[in-house]
Design a protein. Sequence first.
Length: 733
Amino acid sequence: TGTIGSGGMGTVVAAERDDGVYRQKVAIKLIRAGLKDARAQERFALERRILARLSHPGIARILDGGSADGRPYLVMEYVEGRPVTVDTERRRLGLAQTLDRFAAVCEAVSHAHRNLVVHADIKPSNVIAAEDGSIKLVDFGIARLTAELDEDEIEGPYPLTKGYAAPERLAGQPPTVASDVYSLGALLHEMLSGHRPDGRAMSEVAAEAPRRFGPRQLAGELDAIVAKALAEDPARRYPDVASLAADLGSFCDKRPISAMRPTLAYRSRRFLARNRLPLAIGGAVFILLAAAAIVSTSLYFDARRQRAAAEARFEEVRSLAKFQLFTLYGQLAALPGTLPARERLTREAQLYLDRLAALPDASAAVKLETAMGYNRLAEVQGVPNSPNLGRIEAAKRNLGKAAAMLVPLASVRPANPAALRELARARLMQADMAIWQDNATATGERLLGAAEPLVAAGRDGSAEWRALENQRRTVRLDVLGWSERYAEESAFASDTIGWLERLPAAERRLPAYIIARAEAHNARAEGDWYRDRRREALLDAREADRLVREALARHPGRPELLSARLASGYNLITSLEPLGLEDGILEMALDVLAVARRLRAIEPNDRMIAWRIRNTEALAAQLLSDAGRHGEAVAIQAGIVESEERRLAAAPADTRTARDLAFSRKVLGNLHWTAGRAGRACAIWRSSEAAFARLEQAGTLNEWDKSNVVAGLRGNLAICRGEAPASTYRSGA
């Protein structure tokens, strides 16, 4: 239907299907007539193989291929849009949005590199911005598979683009990851300054020929990042695209970057820049909120006071309360040593919300806002799967208060989508607590069933709804996994991965969605593992761990990412070991153990984090035992048991801690058995079995524990009683 363009390889045309089945616009690349020699055709066939192995939302995908009249052709996804530099300029995007776009390009190039593909021709015309703002990397015409061609096969009749090709490429060297990093640096230079690199710093260019960003915005870190990417010597550039993206992420988060000298003054400036707000107002907000809550609500109740003044102060407190609970708490949660401040903040928030809930004749908007506050307060107090203070019972009470306020608001017709979403959030968090805290999978599934119609009814295409849908999918995967419905778990995990990969690029890069992708890959790995698809499961476990590690490189120190690293590292190690791929896993386990100890210093009360730390320590203990380091192994596991004994003594009715303690004792018995201390092992196993029996009698033991953990434990006790040979010992789950 028309020509899109021509290049060294051939011509690219626009086309449509004409078979009457369905309409689809595509791009077809035809090799040009003068390049029909065997070498050119092999290079064209190579491009097909390259594109076929790349599957990423930021890379134009291959649809078909073949030969017509002796001319090979390639049918590709049609990408309608403008070169990223042109589109960015026309939209007048701000600095953060421009860097976000560039991060999307880096993500696509990183995917290619992970599949052993270098693009070798990154330039604005090969990075297309679609109308919806998404980014597509196109034209792998001179790309290469780094593992498939010899060096003498590199050169060909395809011109390089001056200004974007690395110096070593212009000198005839083969394309590498380092040359793609250089091209990305040139692209970033043009996106920010409006000009191709000419050897000067971006801030100098901006000072002489200003565009959207002035020299003050580009000087310093951004100049340093671009200069490092454009270093003439490949060894002085970023080692890979992920490192370049990580430095940009650190810049956006006001953290130190690797391209700057790590002086004390520089690191101090970065710390103050990113923590100025919480450090400046952290103390004042507590005093102000406590005083203002009492004064404003008293004014509200007292009709003799001036109504206008009361309402004005009431609105001020509402605004302040939302800030401190939804914004300030999140900032403090990422800082070590802020636990006392966060606990005080939640106490003040509880006082304020309870006063607000008691207001007579409050409007629907105030009731909705109060319920949202209760949900958020419960989340930070004790809802699993997000950093919390371990205040489980307080969290349950506040979720109940939120639901009681939201049910009548959600039943009004026409329904308020925000009320539907917030009630769904309350039910999903209740389901999470039932599954992870109370070991009650059936209750969790019932609460999930109550939430899912609300999620569907509240759908409005907003970012808030997508966050809620992500939460629903996470809980559904938990239910399927704990219920041992592995085929369903694997299928739903695949659907969730696809859904997450179709989210807007900016959202896909948020830590919450990266964690969700990692959890979905881990869920699919679990479903495949227990259906004897272990090699497939290992691929998913590797991908989950990679996603989290790359996110941590961009956002170091984030508690939720550190917690996700414990889960992904644990799952990867426990997938490698049974497959006999044991080289280096003890070192990997000790590395994850270091993450666990770092995280414990930040979030000592979080139950989910404590559970993951316990699993990480237990895994390290087991691997140390396997390596013959029995003393270290027993010491680590005994420490786990002591910690859980203290936790249970503080909360005797906590069934989750009771279960965890029983399990940890069972593992400690295993380590003593392996160390040759059979009498000690049997005594510990008996105490573990008695604890599991009490949980089973109370109806709080799930089916997985019954059929795996307890069954193995009782088999080992049969050895202790002389009813079974020692050869039947099971280390078990």
